[in-house]
Design a protein around this ligand. Structure first.
Ligand code: ADP
Ligand code: MG
Ligand code: MG
Length: 481
């Protein structure tokens, strides 16, 4: 209330708290390399974060955690349903080159026959709160990321930073009573790799020294987020290596049993932290290497079908009546829990349904987001730009590269966004809650299916798009209210 606003406007206090917070971030390892030297750890800085945790209603927080194992199952079921993937993505791959190339890999792997029956899924389902004037908030899924979902490592460290800030406020201002950051759930994310590494060892002969390969980007500012995962693996005596597409191009190969070798080391698990956007495939060889890895006996996190299950077109198809029922025929309560998180999603396929979507978007563009099949932030289209884009493509199949989605309206909250290159000023902010899911399937058996952590990201309300890596959002923690 008034007391909080007074604190937000107390510039001396804010400056003091910001200094405390930045030091706490460095102490607790909420760090990133600087953008000028993304491949060196000589100069690092705190990963951008909010000065204060942002309020999230307890009920929706727990709703998001509770639905995660269902989303894990859903993604996994989609990934095994080639008929559904073919149908859902048919119109998209006809016009979107990137998705088509992924789909070509999927088809050729299907045709050859999958060599590995172990599946490792690590995803992050992202939500915003649709907050009405009557005070109700409903949890709406923005998207689910089935490849390279990041910040699981750093997010496990951010609660300590806000606890330090809280300590400082308590001792100087005598403010804040209850303080729950919702971090009681364990980050067991990392253990999943161990399970897979073991599974791989059991199911294939003689390679106790097989490694987990992190497939990494050219620019590696966010390396510490990976290092947390690597550390957990090292603790479990699981060897890891880090390689880029171009490294695998040079030294990757399959033996006659389709075991994957890179630099002479057998790879048990390929963990993709790259390969999710067109720019990641710098040459034709990158595509060849993706295919090589997909064909191999290595466990892929994710495999190509799970990658495709995370596309925005699939998300839109899932929102059609009856589609969730196809995946959960005897579980109406699961269907209901998942569907409750769906915002309005609309097809732009050719035909009367798509025509209706076009008309609706052109009439009230401010109610929607137009999304292409892209990841990594900064690709979506909003407001009047929706009209410009749709006017250009509405008569052609080009429009099927996109989907349309209801714009979600969270209530803005004031906070300070701390980042190296920005001045300290109060911003109106919007938050997005991510929930991490992990699962392991061996053949038909789900060996593990868990909700393994969460991430809150917050951005200034001036920006309609973009994540932390895109330089728009910053790390945060949910203050359960
Ligand atoms: P990406 O895969 O690039 O992260 P997203 O669908 O997550 O794509 O969109 C990027 C960002 O755009 C989100 O983090 C969110 O800030 C904003 N956004 C996306 N969809 C919506 C929506 N329906 N309502 C409000 N904001 C949205
Ligand atoms: Mg995404
Ligand atoms: Mg996103």
């Amino acid at each position: 209330g008034a007391r909080l606003w007074e604190m937000l406007m107390n510039t001396t206090l804010i400056k003091e708290l910001a200094d405390v917070a930045k030091d706490a971030a460095l102490i607790h390892g909420v760090v990133m390399r600087i953008k000028e030297t993304p491949n060196s750890s000589e100069l690092v800085t705190y990963a951008p974060f909010t000065l204060f945790p942002s309020p999230v209603p307890k009920a929706v927080f727990h709703q998001a955690l509770a639905v995660q194992t269902h989303f894990n199952l859903l993604v996994d079921k989609i990934s095994q349903d080639s008929g559904f993937l073919e149908e859902a993505l048919a119109s998209t791959i006809a016009v979107d080159d990137f998705t088509r190339r992924l789909f070509d890999i999927y088809r050729s792997v299907l045709k050859e026959g999958r060599s590995q029956s172990i599946v490792l899924g690590l995803n992050r389902s992202d939500y915003m709160l649709d907050q009405r004037e009557d005070g109700t908030s409903s949890l709406k899924q923005i998207e689910i990321n089935t490849i390279a979902a990041s910040f699981g490592g750093l997010a496990s460290r951010t609660p300590d930073v806000h606890r330090s800030v809280n300590q400082h406020i308590r001792s100087t201002q005598r403010l804040c009573g209850r303080f729950s950051l919702g971090d009681e759930i364990e980050h067991i994310f990392w253990g999943t790799f161990g399970i897979n590494w073991n599974c791989y060892s059991w199911s294939t002969p003689c390679h106790s020294r097989a490694v987990v390969m992190f497939l990494v980007e050219e620019g590696q500012r966010n390396i510490f987020d990976h290092r947390y995962v690597e550390n957990e693996l090292w603790k479990r005596k699981i060897p890891t290596i880090r390689r880029r597409f171009q490294d695998v191009c040079k030294t990757g190969s399959l033996d006659q049993d389709k075991r994957l070798f890179v630099d002479g080391q057998e790879v048990a698990v390929v963990y993709f932290r790259d390969g999710y956007m067109p720019q990641n495939y710098i040459s034709e060889q990158s595509w060849d290497v993706r295919l090589l890895m997909e064909r191999s006996l290595a466990v892929k996190c994710p495999d190509i079908s799970t990658h495709l299950a995370g596309t925005k077109k699939v998300q839109q198809e899932l929102a059609r009546p009856g589609v969730l029922e196809r995946f959960f025929p005897d579980q109406p309560q699961v269907v209901e829990q998942i569907r409750a998180t769906f915002a309005g999603l609309y097809t732009l396929d050719m035909g009367p349904e798509g025509d209706k979507t076009v008309a609706m978007a052109l009439a009230t563009p401010d109610n929607f987001v137009l999304k292409p099949q892209r990841e990594g932030g900064g690709n979506n289209i909003y407001g009047s730009e929706i009209c410009q884009v749709l006017e250009g493509v509405k008569e052609s199949t080009e429009r099927t590269a996109y989907i349309l989605m209801d714009l979600i309206h969270p209530s803005p909250v004031h906070n300070y966004l701390l980042r190296r290159d920005a001045s300290l000023q109060v911003s109106k902010c919007l938050s997005e809650l991510g929930v991490f899911g992990a699962y392991v399937r061996q053949g038909k058996d789900m060996v593990m299916n868990e909700c393994v952590g969460h991430l809150l990201r917050t951005k200034s309300s001036e920006h309609s798009d973009g994540g932390v890596a895109a330089g728009v959002a910053v790390l945060d923690n949910p203050l359960l209210v």
